[in-house]
Design a protein around this ligand. Structure first.
Ligand code: DAH
Length: 344
């Protein structure tokens, strides 16, 4: 009996201390101390021990049990501690490591230039409106005095989407000028608006052309609007955008929807008008087209040209951005290279 007990005790201790997981430890505990465990079995055989020996043997069994339980507890907490330490080691945070960089994007030069233009016109009391990129032939051409056989239509050859029965063709707009018509048709006068947006033409990509670019349309319609208002407005705009010293020059031009029409040049903000590489020696840089809204255009949109007059202008947004930020190739604008964008 005594030998058995000693065997069990030694075996238990060596098994316990050899355990490396909580599950194994539990198995060993059940095998020794459980209901059918070896030590429990041994207790059951106490009946075979001589009565006078029983108290002594009982005490020995109890001592062995207490010792095994103590070793079990100790090993359990030792294992838990090791586990905790391993976990801490694996989750350690090295605060000296360089942080992961969150790559922030950058506002596009087009966006920066547009916000600048919007700020200037909103400051003069203009509303910013939005047109749609998919447009009816009527709004893109007809209502702007560009009938089917007009050469201006050829110049702006575009992407046709569908030929809707009876309602004319549907296309990607070639200019933002159609927004003028939509605004005038609303019948809310006076109008003082700019309409920025994307336009499309079937042009080949090169340093100055892209099949998709942006324009900013402007329209003012009210009683007593004259060419002087147009000149004053655009002169103010040019000064606000390119600097107080900027001069404007109106060159006669032709647009079907304005009469008279002009192209506007600004004095070169690089050389002040003396002539440099930037303005190709002329001292002037073209920035937009404009004119007095053609009476026929007003009429077609339901406005009485005897009572109301107006002016309109169209600015190429990329052109403004390229000039302002001295970018020499339009293609750079569409590559979205963050290293390029970050410079502005
Ligand atoms: N829509 C013209 C173009 O794409 C630009 C333009 C010229 C707009 C004169 C205007 C304007 O409103 O009055 O070439």
């Amino acid at each position: 009996m005594k030998n058995r007990l000693e065997q069990i005790r030694e075996k238990a201790i060596s098994q316990i201390t050899g355990c490396d997981t909580a599950e194994k430890l539990n198995e060993v505990r059940v095998a020794i101390l459980g209901k059918k465990g070896e030590l429990t079995d041994l207790l059951k055989s106490m009946k075979d021990v001589a009565p006078e020996e029983r108290p002594k043997v009982g005490q020995m069994v109890n001592e062995a049990r207490a010792e095994i339980e103590k070793v079990l507890e100790e090993h359990k907490s030792k294992m838990e501690k090791a586990l905790r330490e391993a976990k801490m080691r694996s989750e350690v945070i090295d605060v000296t490591l360089p942080a992961k960089k969150a790559e922030l994007g950058h506002r596009h030069p087009n966006t920066i230039a547009l916000e600048e233009v919007e700020r200037i016109f909103v400051g003069m009391g203009y509303e910013v409106v939005e047109g749609s990129e998919v447009e009816k032939d009527y709004y893109n051409f007809e209502a702007l005095n560009i009938p089917a056989d007009h050469p201006a239509k050829d110049e702006q050859d575009t992407f046709y989407i569908a030929s809707a029965n009876g309602t004319g063709e549907i296309l990607l707009r070639t200019q933002t000028s159609g927004v003028q018509i939509h605004e005038m048709e609303k019948g809310r006068l006076p109008i003082r608006m700019i309409a920025p947006g994307r336009v499309f033409r079937s042009d080949e990509v090169d340093a100055t052309h892209s099949p998709c670019f942006h324009q900013i349309e402007g329209l003012v319609v009210d009683r007593h609007i004259t060419f002087a208002d147009l000149k004053g407005t655009l002169a103010e705009f040019a000064k606000a955008l390119f600097g107080e010293e900027t001069k404007v020059k109106f060159r006669p031009h032709h647009f079907p929807f304005t009469e008279p029409s002009a192209e506007v040049d600004v004095s070169c903000f690089k050389c002040g008008g003396k002539g440099c590489r930037f303005c190709k020696g002329s001292g002037w840089i073209e920035i937009l087209g404009c004119g007095m809204v053609h009476p026929h255009v007003l009429e077609m949109s339901g406005i009485d040209p005897e009572e109301y007059t107006g002016f309109a202008f169209g600015i190429g947004l990329e052109r403004i951005a390229l000039l302002k930020y001295e970018i020499d190739d339009l293609r750079l604008m569409y590559e979205n290279d963050i290293r390029f964008l970050r410079q502005f």
